[in-house]
Design a protein around this ligand. Structure first.
Ligand code: HEM
Length: 183
């Protein structure tokens, strides 16, 4: 199962490498990398929160950390694209964007939460910090706002993503409400 998940979650990465370096059919590589890494990271991170909802059908609970780290990996590619390819290490450009563009600082806040979650996801640190891992939900809210604000206009795919995010959120709220009622 672990190997299967590795293959599944690395496939988008290899597809992107293939388009960028082999077929070279990408017109705007920076935009392409933003979209591919941002969307894949978002999908994987949302997937991690529905693993507990799906466990009656397929139990991936013990792979949750690994899947979350894949989401983090794609988020890192997104940030590397920003710092290396878009900003070309220009500190003024980075700071100006972080200060002036709300969607960028919301994305940065979401990313800092992901860094904290990744660093504290080892067995030993998770025991100590697991209650703070609920901040993933805050990060997902920030990512959703970042994703919507990044669009100049919403196309049918983006409306579909937002619809799916809405459905997942409703199921999650029902699950959380049930947990509270049980206690
Ligand atoms: C410092 C942090 C971040 C920066 C500077 C940043 C930068 C950007 C930029 C510039 C865009 C617009 C690209 C374009 O269409 O021209 C974008 C879009 C996007 N970002 Fe981020 N981002 C950050 C964090 C994140 C994080 C943490 C995630 C998710 C894990 C994320 C997910 C997305 C998504 C899904 C899009 C929309 C892609 C599309 O529809 O084309 N971003 N980001």
């Amino acid at each position: 199962m672990r190997i299967f998940l590795f293959v599944v979650f690395l496939t988008p990465f290899f597809i992107a490498l293939y388009s960028l370096f082999i077929t070279q059919n990408v017109i705007d590589p920076i935009k392409y990398i933003y979209t591919f890494s941002g969307v894949v990271a978002t999908v994987i991170l949302f997937f991690t929160i529905i693993i507990s909802l799906m466990k009656r059908f397929i139990n991936l609970m013990k792979y949750r950390r690994m899947i979350g780290l894949f989401g983090f990996f794609y988020a890192c590619l997104h940030i590397i694209n920003f710092v290396v390819l878009d900003a070309q290490f220009d500190v003024d450009f980075i700071i100006n964007n972080l200060i002036k563009k709300p969607f960028i600082y919301l994305g940065a806040m979401a990313f800092f939460i992901l860094v904290f979650l990744a660093l504290t996801s080892t067995k030993r640190l998770f025991r100590k910090y697991n209650k703070y891992h609920k901040t993933l939900y805050l990060s997902l809210v920030l990512i959703t706002i970042h994703f919507i604000l990044a669009q100049k206009s919403l196309d049918i795919y983006q409306i579909f993503y937002i619809f799916i995010i809405g459905v997942i959120s409703i199921f999650k709220l029902i699950q959380i409400k049930n947990l509270f009622n049980r206690n």
